[in-house]
Design a binder for this molecule. Structure first.
Ligand SMILES: N[C@@H](CCC(=O)N[C@@H](CS)C(=O)NCC(=O)O)C(=O)O
Length: 522
C-alpha cells in the first residue's frame, strides 16, 4: 500500500504544477484521483480513446473509481498510475486457469544450461505430458536430491502414480524415479504409450542418426575442450589441434550432407532430423548444437551454419517447433551474455591472453546485442497470432511474480554482484518500482488485446503510446537512473532460465522502449 500511495504522490505534483489545479483540504483521495485522470485527459496527455483502448488496464482503477464516485467515495483507495503490485497480482490470478494435474516431476538444473536436462524438458513438452519442475542448484545440490538420485546428476524424473483405472491403454504407472537422460527418454515412451513415441531404436535411420551425432559430439568435444578444463592437455601441438578441428568440421559436414538427403526425401515444410516428424534424435541433438551455434563464433571463430544450408534449415524447423521454441530454446543474446562465465570456468585459465580476449570480445558483442532489444523482430522467434497473447502474458507473469527479486538484482551493489559484472547496476529508487509496474500493466493490457498479434505490432504500439503516460509517472530528475535499471534488467534476463525466448524478446523490448523514452526526457 505504501508503494501505491508513493506512486500517486509522484504523479500528482507534476499534474498540479502544470495545470494550476490546487487541492484544497476538502478534496478526498478519490476525487483527487478522478480529477487527476480528468486533468491528464484535458491536458491532452491522453488525447484519444485509442490510447485508453490500447492500455485499458493501466487506467482501469481510475475508471472504476470514477464510475462509483457518488456512492463509495470514502471507501475506495486512491488509484495509482500505474497499478500496484497487489492489483497486478490479483489480475494475474484471475487469468490463471492452468488446472492440469502433472504426471511427472522433472528435476533439472536451476540455470537451464544442462544439455541432458534440455533433452527431457523438450521431450515432455513434445509428448504433451503434464509435468511440474523442481530446480536443482548444481553448485550446492540439496541433500534430498542426493538421497533421491543415486548418481546425484540431473536430469531425473519422478513418474507419479497414475490413478487412472479406466480401460485406457495407458500403462498403469508406478511411482518411480528414473535418471540418465537416455533412460528417461525410453521410460517416458514406455510409461505414456498414448503419446508420440520418440525413441525409435528399432529404426535403422534413427540409430544411424544417433551414431552420427555421437561421432559429432565426440569430435566437437575433443577439439573445443582440447586445451581447457581439467583435461588440459598441454602436450597438444598446433598440428594436433588443427587435426582435431578438421575432424570436427568433417563431422559437421557429414551431418549437413545427411540432412540434405532427408530434405530431398520429404517435401513437407517441417524438416527434422528424420523428416517431417520431430523425434528423440532431435531432442538429443539440439542442446549441444544450439550452444555451438552461438558460442563457437565467439570462442573459436567458427560459424557452424556457414555453408551448411541443411543444418540451417534444421535449426529453422526447430525454431518454429512450439515445444522447443516456446520454452526450452535459448537465444543468441543469452548464450552470448553467459559465454564469458563459461570461458572463466571452462576456457582453460582466465590468465591466458587468448581467454581474456575471448571474454572481452564476448562482453562487447553481448553489449551490442542489447542495442537492438527495442526492435522486436517477429522473425527472430516466429510469433504467431495464436501464441502472442500467451507469450505476452508469460512476460507479464514473470515480471509480476518476481518483481521483488528483479528490483533487488538491478540495484545490487558491487559486492553482491556475482555475474555479468560488466553491466552497471542502478541506485535504489522508488521510481524504478513505478516503471516496472508500468511495464507490467502494459504487458497485461497487451496480452488481452486481440488486435495485437505480432511482436512488431507490440513494439509499434508501445513506442507510439508510452511516452506521455510514462512522463506523468516518473520523477524527471530520476529518469537516468530508472533508465539504467530498465536496461540492466533487460540485459540480465536470460533464456530459458528466466522465461521463454519469445517472452524475453517482449520483456526486454518493453523495458528497453521505456529506457529509450526516459533517455529522451533529458
Ligand atoms: N549421462 C548423464 C549426464 C548428466 C550430467 O552430466 N549432468 C550434469 C549437468 S549437465 C550434472 O548433474 N552435474 C552435476 C555434478 O556433476 O555434480 C545423462 O545423460 O543424464
Amino acid at each position: 500500500m505504501t508503494v501505491v500511495f508513493l506512486a500517486f504522490l509522484h504523479v500528482l505534483p507534476l499534474l498540479l504544477t502544470t495545470n494550476g489545479f490546487h487541492p484544497t483540504t476538502t478534496i478526498t483521495k478519490t476525487t483527487k484521483a478522478i480529477h487527476a485522470r480528468k486533468v491528464i485527459i484535458e491536458r491532452g496527455i491522453i488525447t484519444s480513446n485509442d490510447k485508453q483502448r490500447r492500455f485499458p488496464f493501466l487506467f482501469s482503477t481510475a475508471a472504476a473509481v470514477e464510475s462509483s464516485e457518488e456512492t463509495t467515495a470514502s471507501t475506495i483507495e486512491a488509484p495509482s498510475i500505474p497499478l500496484s503490485w497487489d492489483d497486478l497480482t490479483n489480475k494475474l490470478e484471475k487469468e490463471d486457469d492452468d488446472t492440469k494435474t502433472s504426471l511427472v516431476t522433472l528435476y533439472r538444473d536451476t540455470n537451464g544450461w544442462c544439455p541432458f536436462c534440455e533433452r527431457i524438458w523438450l521431450l515432455l513438452r513434445a509428448k504433451g505430458i503434464p509435468y511440474d519442475e523442481q530446480l536443482v542448484p548444481l553448485q550446492n545440490k540439496p541433500d534430498w536430491y542426493k538421497a533421491l538420485v543415486p548418481t546425484t546428476l540431473v536430469p531425473a524424473i519422478l513418474i507419479h502414480e497414475d490413478n487412472n483405472n479406466s480401460d485406457d491403454t495407458e500403462k498403469k504407472n508406478e511411482r518411480r524415479i528414473v535418471w540418465e537422460s537416455l533412460d528417461i527418454m525410453k521410460a517416458l515412451d514406455e510409461s505414456f504409450p498414448s503419446t508420440p513415441r520418440m525413441v525409435l531404436d528399432d529404426n535403422e535411420e534413427y540409430n544411424d542418426a544417433v551414431e552420427m551425432n555421437d561421432r559429432l559430439t565426440k569430435a566437437g568435444f575433443q577439439y573445443i575442450y582440447a586445451s581447457a578444463g581439467p583435461n588440459n592437455n598441454i602436450t597438444l601441438t598446433e598440428e594436433d589441434l588443427e587435426e582435431r578441428k578438421q575432424n570436427f568440421m568433417n563431422a559437421i559436414n557429414e551431418l549437413d550432407v545427411s540432412l540434405g538427403k532427408v530434405e530431398r526425401k520429404d517435401d513437407d515444410d517441417s524438416f527434422f532430423r528424420l523428416g517431417s516428424q520431430f523425434t528423440g534424435i532431435d531432442a538429443i541433438m539440439i542442446p549441444t548444437l544450439e550452444r555451438w551455434r552461438y558460442q563457437l563464433p565467439l570462442t573459436r571463430n567458427i560459424d557452424i551454419l556457414e555453408d551448411r544450408p541443411h543444418l540451417k534449415h534444421w535449426f529453422e524447423a526447430m525454431e518454429s517447433y512450439g515445444p522447443y521454441r516456446n520454452r526450452v530454446a535459448g537465444d543468441a543474446y543469452s548464450w552470448t551474455a553467459t559465454n564469458s562465465m563459461f570461458l572463466r570456468y571452462f576456457g582453460g585459465g582466465e590468465d591466458k591472453p587468448e581467454v581474456q580476449d575471448a571474454i572481452q570480445r564476448t562482453d562487447t558483442i553481448a553489449n551490442q546485442l542489447t542495442q537492438s532489444f527495442s526492435n522486436m523482430d517477429d522473425k527472430a522467434f516466429g510469433l504467431s497470432s495464436d501464441t502472442t497473447a500467451a507469450i505476452v502474458m508469460e512476460a507479464a507473469t514473470k515480471l509480476i511474480t518476481n518483481h521483488e527479486a528483479i528490483l533487488k538484482d538491478c540495484t545490487s551493489d558491487e559486492n553482491e554482484t556475482k555475474s555479468q559484472k560488466d553491466i552497471t547496476r542502478a541506485s535504489s529508487d522508488t521510481n524504478i518500482d513505478i516503471a516496472l509496474r508500468y511495464a507490467a500493466s502494459i504487458l497485461m493490457d497487451l496480452s488481452s488485446d486481440e488486435n495485437i498479434t505480432t511482436a512488431t505490432a507490440i513494439s509499434t504500439v508501445i513506442t507510439n503510446n508510452i511516452e506521455d503516460e510514462l512522463m506523468i509517472s516518473i520523477d524527471k530528475g530520476n529518469s537516468e537512473n530508472v533508465s539504467r535499471a530498465m536496461r540492466t534488467i533487460a540485459a540480465r534476463t536470460c533464456t530459458p532460465r528466466d522465461m521463454s525466448a519469445p517472452a524475453a524478446i517482449i520483456f526486454r523490448g518493453v523495458l528497453s522502449i521505456i529506457a529509450d523514452k526516459l533517455d529522451g526526457i533529458n
